[in-house]
Design a protein around this ligand. Structure first.
Ligand code: ADP
Ligand code: ADP
Length: 228
């Protein structure tokens, strides 16, 4: 099992103000699969993603990724884990405004050892002709594709996407999801997406429905559909 999460709990606040955001989450993710966590705003999706990505620490439970337990690691070990294993894609593209598309990707490439060739990746993502543009001169879809290139260029084993199409229109969202499928196929990347968008669930191998910090339902999809 590539990712194994057991009884994951997270609280915010102290004493009488303490709220329980994750109430004992169990999840498994196969290597090379696409898994979608679906749920309404505030249900705890980003918190799960951030814990798996080492951006937040759990209060209880265990998270094992690629055979390594990440809960309980030191912050130096977590930084290394994040650098070597994880790529992040957010709804807000988080590009560096004063760097071109190519430069934005290059600085991320420097973080990894087993990197993907930048020209190959820009071609795959339809960015070659935009490589010398600054983010402000790109459409939303192009900005998100640049963000995906930045996340993928160090060839992470696990790509974590938080509402990756949240700021995009319907057609551009479909293009973006198609590219994520292509990346999974070409590089074997395991992809975990969290979203409130039901339509994204269709492309998953497995869907976890979350509600109020609990898994309400786990659905293994027999015939995942490609994005049409
Ligand atoms: P989702 O991604 O499903 O919208 P989140 O994981 O962002 O949900 O948040 C789940 C709950 O945790 C929400 O009620 C949110 O207000 C709360 N929460 C998230 N981060 C913090 C924080 N740093 N401090 C306090 N509460 C938080
Ligand atoms: P895509 O479908 O790849 O997102 P669009 O069809 O939206 O691309 O954009 C077509 C062209 O218009 C692009 O080459 C892009 O450079 C330009 N463009 C789109 N939106 C903007 C914008 N907000 N600011 C500047 N240029 C833009």
């Amino acid at each position: 099992m590539f990712v194994e999460i057991k009884n994951l709990k997270k609280y915010y606040g102290e004493k009488e103000n303490k709220i329980s955001v994750l109430k004992g989450i169990d999840m498994t993710i196969d290597e090379g699969s696409i898994v979608v966590v679906l749920g309404p705003s505030g249900s705890g999706k980003s918190t799960i993603l951030n814990i798996i990505g080492g951006l937040e620490t759990p209060d209880e439970g265990s998270v094992v990724v690629d055979g390594k337990k990440i809960s309980g690691k030191s912050s130096a070990e977590i930084s290394r884990y994040r650098r070597e294993m994880i790529g992040f894609v957010f709804q807000s593209y988080n590009l560096i405004p004063n760097l071109t598309v190519k430069e934005n990707i290059e600085i991320c490439q420097k973080l990894g050892d087993h990197v993907i060739d930048i020209n190959e990746l820009m071609k795959l993502l339809g960015l070659s002709e935009h490589k010398n543009k600054f983010p402000r001169h790109l459409s939303g879809g192009q900005q998100q594709r640049t963000a995906i290139a930045r996340a993928i260029v160090k060839n992470p084993k696990l790509l974590l996407c938080d509402e990756p199409t949240g700021a995009l229109d319907y057609e551009t969202s479909k293009d973006t999801l198609r590219l994520l499928e292509t990346i999974r196929k070409k590089y074997g990347t395991t992809i975990l997406m969290v979203t409130h968008n039901e339509a994204i669930g269709k492309m998953a191998d497995k869907i976890f429905r979350i509600s109020g910090g609990e898994i309400a339902k786990e659905i293994r999809v027999e015939n995942p559909q490609s994005v049409d």
